[in-house]
Design a protein around this ligand. Sequence first.
Ligand SMILES: Nc1nc2c(ncn2[C@@H]2O[C@H](COP(=O)(O)OP(=O)(O)OP(=O)(O)O)[C@@H](O)[C@H]2O)c(=O)[nH]1
Ligand SMILES: [Mg+2]
Length: 366
Amino acid sequence: MLNILVLGLGQCGNRILDAMNREAFGRGGAFAKYYTRQKFPASVKTIAINTAINDLKGLVDTRAKDRLHVPHLHGVGANRTLGKRVFEDNKEIIMSEIDKRGTFDLIFIITSAAGGSGSSFAPLLVRELKETYTNAPVICIAVLPFREEGSIFLQNAAFCLKDLVEEKPAGVLLVDNQYLKKYAGDIKSAYDKINTTTARRLLFLIEALNSEMLMVTDLGDLKTVMNGGIGIGTMGFYEASKDSTIKSAILGSLKPSGLLFPTNVYKEGARAMLIIKGDKKYLDLDLITKTIEELSTEVGQVFKGVLIQKGRPRVLSLFTLNSVPELEKLYATAAEAIRFEKERQNQSKSQLDSAFSHIEDLEPIY
Ligand SMILES: Nc1nc2c(ncn2[C@@H]2O[C@H](COP(=O)(O)OP(=O)(O)OP(=O)(O)O)[C@@H](O)[C@H]2O)c(=O)[nH]1
Ligand SMILES: [Mg+2]
């Protein structure tokens, strides 16, 4: 049995974590049954960490004792420099709260890359966790902003990802709000859908890693997959319809429509893990093996896990990439936004200076 720690940082991370708790333990969510089943009890510990108490209060399905308020006013206002300082000042409190949960085989950190608290805490936490839990791979789930959210969010995302990669976590899985906007018309519904989708996929993975499989993939494989390419990747998912074959379900999990970040897996993919769950009657092992062998010639090393579970086949794909053109675009946009902001600030300053110059030699008269 694996001991797993899931940390949700900042508002975005807190909410995705809350969605995981809802799905796993809550009101009859899809995974609730699994978590109360005796046979494969997963040991999943969760902590929502935030500087804003109101964000923590807004959580619904996360137990009070799993919410950690790091005292700093009401968030750090998207300021990563401030966020880093707050983390350093409160590092002992945070690490001792984590320490109370025991030891871990696998750690997930979920955060937006664009805000202040989560995006500044995440890289520093990777460093601390790697030092303390030397054997547990730390996988970061980083949520990218809507591109029109403004220059501060964009620059935060750019610097956060860079900081993250420099701390060398086991891997980074991207979830792109902009790409997933298509889920819903309004932001609130889009957030809910993105959060639930991400939560379900992580639970799908966790459940598989904890289960007896017909074809086995495990934590070691996961580490190898995350170590592929540039160590950055994403997840895909496909649920077979009535008439689809297992082959089309497997290939479906790599289609753009099911990915959490826009990429062409066939072109950019480095390594992948595919986890297939479904009723035994759908799981033609020869066809699965053949399909995955074919895929390996295009995508690189592909690990597979097969689990017997009621229902039509569901396939989770998790992969790392050799290159990420979409990130390149994001960095170019962020750089442009930073330059524009700087220029505007300089302009405003010189305007103010020239306004002040009008009274340079004058004194007020009363
Ligand atoms: N998918 C998703 N994205 C969210 C959610 N809430 C906020 N975001 C995104 O997260 C980014 C802002 O980060 P937050 O998580 O709110 O920031 P924070 O870590 O709380 O940091 P501060 O509030 O600045 O202290 C923006 O890009 C939002 O679009 C959510 O529930 N789901
Ligand atoms: Mg916040």
